[in-house]
Design a protein around this ligand. Structure first.
Ligand code: C5P
Length: 404
């Protein structure tokens, strides 16, 4: 999550009855940590699962449960609470509450707020699989979508009742990601983005290999920012220990050759290619099938190296290349090497990492090299930087004016 990525957003978080109420404690923490202000409103049933005191402590605001609550200055809680909201999020949304929303019922504070709202409505269903599959629920969900509500989830898996199936509420982190994505300007709407990220691993034998210290954080942050900007995102990742960003299609590979082949299979569909991976320049020509053993005389193994394909340059060479963006991590004199590399790789935009210490760090500072000159972006955490870079890329697309 970027620092304060939801700063200035106000969310009315409506909780209805369900065991998934426990997930809302964490969701509230994630939203407030991202800078959003959160006004919790609970139905009576929700208060059976988690107390308003807990939700007040986590949100830092008094919790409302009744339309007769006199704490709202003009006694119009059902109107006032949603007036400053950027969205109402119903989580968990029970079977009963979905039905009430569809029919515009207004017999408690939360349902009345929803009918009286002038902001978007997001619902995060949570229920037993039979309740979810019930034709009435499915009709209600379809109607809610047709009425313009965003339905997030549900997930599939083990349920509190002991059954397994669809209907579980999304985890708090996934719900947060879906909300953050909802709030992001859709500057890449309708675009398809292909990225590579992380290191590659070139085997020497079945247990050893050559790799590098790329953590994949910058590439994964860019994939997340592109998804949030409305793009269809395909991420080809080398071996990294990172979670797939919400809504991103991920393909895992090991070697540079596998990464090259995966990119070549997917690139025809891409409008934008971003090569963030730290691809190994060489591999050994024949990796040993068996583990290399120490020999009696301690003779050292020797290897013959061959060059790996340059994925970025291959993409840029295609007859109809996507808008191709490269990265460069130099150990010195970036100003000179960055522009040289951009020209050599034949890409319109190359992003130079300032300083060799970016691998594994959570922040970064970059320079954009393009035909017109170089532009430095301020140091920031990688998520914030990824958003800024996606905005810079969106501005430079050949037909950007059609979308922006
Ligand atoms: O030449 P160098 O490795 O410094 O170039 C870095 C850029 O080229 C990055 O965008 C990287 O993803 C890409 N690259 C590639 N295939 C290689 C080597 C680098 O796509 N074999």
């Amino acid at each position: 999550m970027a620092t304060a990525e939801l700063a200035g957003k106000h969310v009315v978080l409506g909780m209805t009855g369900g065991i998934a109420c426990y997930k809302i404690a964490e969701l509230t923490r994630l939203l407030t940590k991202a800078g959003a202000s959160v006004q919790v409103v609970m139905t009576d049933a929700a208060t059976q699962f988690i107390t308003p005191v807990t939700m007040q402590a986590l949100s830092g605001r008094p919790v409302y449960t009744s339309q007769w609550d006199a704490r709202v200055p003009n006694n119009m809680a059902h109107i006032d609470l949603s007036r400053e909201a950027d969205a109402i999020v119903i989580a968990p949304a029970s079977t009963d509450f979905l039905a009430k929303l569809v029919h515009g019922m207004a017999d408690d504070l939360l349902s009345t707020l929803c009918v009286a709202r002038d902001c978007p409505l997001l619902v995060v269903p949570a229920m037993n699989r039979q309740m979810w599959q019930n034709p009435a629920t499915q009709r209600n969900v379809a109607q809610l979508r047709a009425d313009g509500a965003e339905v997030l989830g549900p997930d599939s898996g083990p349920q509190a009742c002991g059954e397994i199936g669809d209907g579980r509420m999304l985890e708090a982190a996934a719900t947060y990601e879906a909300i953050a994505s909802f709030f992001s300007p859709k500057i890449l709407s309708g675009r398809r983005v292909l990225l590579t990220a992380g290191p590659t691993f070139e085997p020497l034998d079945p247990v050893r290999g050559i790799t590098n210290r790329s953590s994949g954080k910058m590439g994964f942050a860019l994939a997340r920012a592109a998804q949030q900007a409305g793009a269809d995102v395909h991420l080809i990742a080398g071996p990294v220990a990172l979670e797939t960003p919400w809504g991103v299609f991920r393909e895992d590979v090991q070697t540079a050759q596998q990464m090259h082949d995966a990119v070549m299979r997917a690139v025809a569909d891409a409008d934008i290619f971003i090569g963030v991976a730290a691809v190994a320049d060489w591999r050994v020509d024949h990796a040993s099938e068996h583990k290399l053993k120490k020999t009696a005389g301690n003779a050292l193994p020797s290897f013959t190296f061959v060059e790996n394909p340059d994925i970025l340059a291959s993409v840029a060479k295609l007859p109809h290349p996507p808008f191709a963006v490269g990265f460069a991590a130099e150990s010195g004199n970036l100003e000179v090497h960055g522009e040289e590399k951009r020209v050599r790789k034949n890409v319109p935009l190359l992003i130079g990492n300032l300083g060799p210490l970016t691998f594994g760090r959570d922040d970064n500072e970059v320079i954009l090299f393009e035909a017109d000159g170089a532009t430095k972006l301020p140091r920031a955490d990688k998520q914030t930087l990824a958003r800024a870079l996606i905005a810079e890329i969106a501005k430079r697309l050949p037909d950007a004016s059609l979308i922006l």
